[in-house]
Design a protein around this ligand. Structure first.
Ligand SMILES: Nc1ncnc2c1ncn2[C@@H]1O[C@H](COP(=O)(O)OP(=O)(O)OP(=O)(O)O)[C@@H](O)[C@H]1O
Ligand SMILES: [Mg+2]
Length: 393
């Protein structure tokens, strides 16, 4: 169907100008002074507009925020190449507005300065006679959307990997059990041979270890079904520390816990959440060489996240930091530690953090890792106070 927009666009410039003039007089009657400035300043998209001679005409607050620049009021009229010198990628897009014939619409760009991903549209500003008087860049921060998509992709990958791993693990379980039983029978039959006893004891030990790994894999790939309750994090953390202490000898390691009394109870699955902190604290104990050091667990309520543009408000959250003063995670393996089976430990299965991430994801939370000021590792788990899942019981 021929669209109305097309026919409107083809109208002669003079007729457009007449219409604009008429619109202007009505605008002035109903729209208070400064309205358009406030409108642009408060938009939830970033806007940067430049004049034909390359000066900033408009730059709103969110534009400064997304580009990682400090809002300045005195920048209107300054050359955009100066104002945007720290974000050359954006400056280049604006500069191209008067050179290319086809302006990008809904394009994406990762900003080098902040690593943020923006989605943008570049358009011309035309005056009443249809002449290009400037250009406008509209953009939106897509970083959070990207992260969610990435998480979705990872979930799909893990689901596919999980099905395969579950099938293999299931197949391996029976022969393993057979090996263990038969080695046991042989061991009882060969009581007189010391050599055979040693070898068979080894076979049984190895088969048991392989079985433990198989069980862990099965546990990991099983989809999580949360049984959500109102829970006090203090109990969860306390139980997790005792469990971690039962897994690893903590030696001289001091554990300090700081949970504010007014920390809101959160909605989550207590067993799964306990697993998160057991795994993190176990890793912290294991990282302490010589059994000397300290582990700190600090929780704080976060009022609610700054909503990313276009993304719903995340609501109140609780953040629990688990820090140790061990050697830290080497930078070259940092982006692999959450991958299943990545381990630097001779006896590790490399599933601890993969399970942690899976549980955090199931709770719609976030986990990040960094270096603790002064050395060591800092894991931060951020969980929503209110769950999207149904409360249990
Ligand atoms: N607190 C930490 N300090 C230093 N490195 C860590 C810390 N936590 C984890 N890592 C690194 O991340 C890797 C993966 O940890 P993850 O818990 O997934 O597996 P693992 O501890 O090796 O084995 P598993 O937990 O299955 O017994 C570890 O092998 C270690 O290299
Ligand atoms: Mg571990």
């Amino acid at each position: 169907m021929p669209t109305k927009a097309t026919s409107v666009r083809r109208k002669p410039a003079a007729s457009r100008a007449g219409k604009r003039a008429a619109a202007k007089s009505t605008d002035a009657a109903v729209v208070p002074e400064g309205y358009y400035r406030d409108l642009v300043w408060n938009l939830r998209n970033g806007v940067v507009a430049i004049t034909r001679d390359g000066r900033i005409a408009v730059m709103n607050e969110i534009a400064y925020r997304i580009l990682g620049l400090k809002p300045q009021t005195a920048e209107i009229g300054r050359p955009f190449s100066e104002v945007l010198k720290d974000v050359p990628d954006v400056s280049r897009i604006l500069a191209s507005a008067f050179e290319v014939s086809h302006l990008p619409n809904r394009a994406e760009l990762r900003l080098k300065r902040t690593s943020k991903v923006i989605g943008y549209t570049l358009s011309h500003v035309r005056d009443a006679r249809g002449r290009v008087a400037g250009a406008t860049l509209f953009f939106k921060d897509l970083t959070r959307v990207e992260q969610l998509e990435e998480r979705e992709r990872l979930r799909d990958r893990l689901a596919a990997l999980g099905e395969m791993a579950a099938a293999i693990a299931h197949e391996v379980k029976n022969p393993l059990a057979g090996i263990e039983v038969m080695a046991g029978i042989l061991k009882r039959q060969l009581v007189d041979s010391t050599d055979a006893q040693v070898i068979l004891a080894d076979i049984i030990k190895e088969a048991k270890m392989a079985n433990t790994i198989v069980l862990e894999v099965l546990d990991f790939v099983r989809p999580i079904r949360l049984q959500v309750e109102h829970i006090a994090l203090a109990d969860v953390v306390r139980d997790a520390i005792s469990l971690a202490e039962s897994h690893v000898a903590k030696g001289q390691v001091q554990v300090r816990v700081s949970l504010p009394d007014d920390l809101p109870p959160i909605q989550g699955d207590p067993h799964q959440l306990r697993q998160i902190f057991t795994n993190l604290v176990t890793n912290a104990f294991e990282a302490m060489t010589g059994g000397v050091g300290d582990v700190e667990i600090v929780a704080a309520a976060l009022a609610g996240e700054e909503p990313a543009p276009g993304v719903d408000h995340a609501g109140p959250m609780v953040q629990i930091a688990v820090a140790d003063n061990g050697p830290g995670v080497p930078p070259e393996v940092m982006d692999r530690i959450f991958s299943p089976f990545f381990t630097t430990k001779p006896q590790g299965s490399g599933l601890g953090l993969a399970i942690v991430r899976k549980i955090v994801d199931a709770h719609d939370g976030r986990i990040d890792v960094g270096t603790r000021p002064g050395g060591g590792t800092l894991f931060r788990v951020t969980l929503p106070v209110k769950s999207q899942h149904e409360l249990f019981g």
